[in-house]
Design a protein around this ligand. Structure first.
Ligand code: AMP
Ligand code: MN
Ligand code: MN
Ligand code: MN
Length: 292
């Protein structure tokens, strides 16, 4: 039997990453192996708008004696921008969650078809077929899958260049999309016993300071509990800034690499700085959601 971990400690927790069930490169089993090798002590799989991989992830984590929390990363439209909310400890077998996530994923295929039309206009052919080669479930097709195709064909060097030139907001292949509302996303998470965490706040550069304050205020009012402070998306300066935001808004701090794949992610699973003693970790309220 595994001994329960001490949740009051600084832990090598990695509570944000992706598998082939959304836009990650590895399957749950390879993620678990990698997490174990890198010393992860508490792990969550958080695929975009999808919990299909959670059951397998829970099983392989159990077999490897890696403490596990269920997770999902929900796409939200707030003030006309996309923001991401991580749900930790959700019930992956809940029919309401399944239906809600299905509805959020709905439209990804039509959006992808439109992206391919727009990319063709700037001379990039067969982008939909190319992107589909990288997709597990077509309903989960994302910009990341297009990005891989553009790198594969040599059109761009890496994902950063793809987003800068083709897929970022306002670029030729960008198609605006209406995701869930903040209220819907937190409702889905809370209805199945989960804890909501604002993902990588440093990435929302398009939100003004006023809009960011509104986001944080509404997130708290809707029962959101956590914010990512240490993430692969944050610079050291972002980490300092959002540690203070966590304190100012009385939010619990989370830590996750947002790992997508060995060749693609800046930070590997479990290779992040520790949260720091001055923050209250989100896992301090997750004791009853951890599966050993
Ligand atoms: P989508 O949900 O289809 O809009 O795709 C969003 C995904 O694209 C994110 O989850 C990231 O994995 C990836 N992404 C977004 N911006 C960038 C970027 N600047 N560089 C690399 N990947 C990015
Ligand atoms: Mn992603
Ligand atoms: Mn995200
Ligand atoms: Mn992510």
């Amino acid at each position: 039997m595994t001994v329960p971990i001490d949740l009051t400690c600084q832990l090598n927790a990695d509570l944000h990453c992706h598998s082939i069930h959304s836009d990650g490169v590895l399957g749950p089993e390879d993620l678990v192996l990698r997490a174990k090798t890198n010393g992860v002590e508490l792990w969550a799989l958080t695929d975009h708008d999808d919990v299909t991989g959670v059951k397998e992830a829970a099983q392989v984590a159990h077999d490897a004696s890696l403490p596990f929390i269920t997770g999902v990363e929900i796409s939200v439209t707030f003030a006309a921008e996309t923001v991401h909310i991580v749900g930790l400890g959700v019930d992956e077998s809940d029919a309401g969650l399944d239906a809600g996530l299905r509805q959020i994923r709905h439209g990804r295929i039509a959006r992808a078809e439109q992206m391919a039309v727009q990319l063709e206009r700037v001379g990039i052919k067969n982008a939909l077929e190319g992107a589909m080669k990288y997709v597990g479930d077509p309903q989960s097709i994302s910009r990341t899958h297009f990005s891989r195709y553009l790198v594969e064909t040599g059109i761009c060097r890496d994902n950063t260049e793809v987003f800068k030139k083709y897929l970022g907001t306002g670029r030729p292949g960008f198609v605006s999309h209406h995701w869930a509302s903040l209220e819907q996303a937190l409702g889905l998470i809370h209805d199945t016993g989960g804890v909501a965490v604002l993902a990588h706040p440093g990435r929302y550069k398009q939100l003004s300071a006023t809009a960011m304050h509104a986001l944080l205020t509404q997130f708290c009012a809707l029962g959101g509990r956590g914010i990512e402070v240490i993430t692969g998306s944050h610079s050291p300066a972002d980490a300092v800034k959002y540690a203070q935001v966590a304190k100012d808004y009385n939010l619990l701090a989370s830590r996750g690499s947002d790992f997508h794949g060995p060749q693609e992610s800046r930070i590997d699973l479990g290779k992040l700085p520790l949260l720091g003693e001055s923050l209250t970790p989100v896992w301090s309220v997750l004791a009853d959601r951890i599966r050993y």
